[in-house]
Design a binder for this molecule. Sequence first.
Ligand code: HEM
Length: 138
Amino acid sequence: MSAESLTLDKPRSPRRPAARRNNFELYSWLFMRLSGLALVVLVLGHLFIMNILDDGVHRINFAFVAGRWASPFWQFWDLAMLWLAQLHGGNGMRTIIEDYARKDTTRFWLKMLLYASIALILAVGTLVIFTFDPNIAG
Ligand code: HEM
């Protein structure tokens, strides 16, 4: 196997769209750094609490989740993690699509699919965090 076959292809899009007049890409670059920093705390904290602390994953059940979401602190933690991971991951995927889609129509439809999935997951996730009812018996 040649060394070349182990490397990642160069971005294949024949041209990048002309730079827009606003600073969207600058703020998007900054957002990736800042949300990345926040995610280190949010995601590693989440992993530690859910998988390592006390009995780790063995103590997670409906009552455990209900107990956590009774607190606005954990509701906010999970909401921040949902929004930041979704927007960070989505914006990262947008960059990849811009770099690698060869045709304008492919690029357009991949981005529409991405934006629709981001909107759906944000809407459903936010709805669950705010409307969660610990009274399972009804
Ligand atoms: C744990 C903390 C995280 C840090 C510190 C972090 C940091 C970063 C940074 C700085 C970039 C920009 C790279 C560039 O512009 O070249 C980036 C890109 C990206 N991140 Fe994260 N990230 C984190 C978590 C996540 C999570 C949870 C996801 C998925 C939901 C994610 C998905 C992505 C994607 C898809 C890209 C685009 C990659 C590319 O452009 O090739 N990251 N990340």
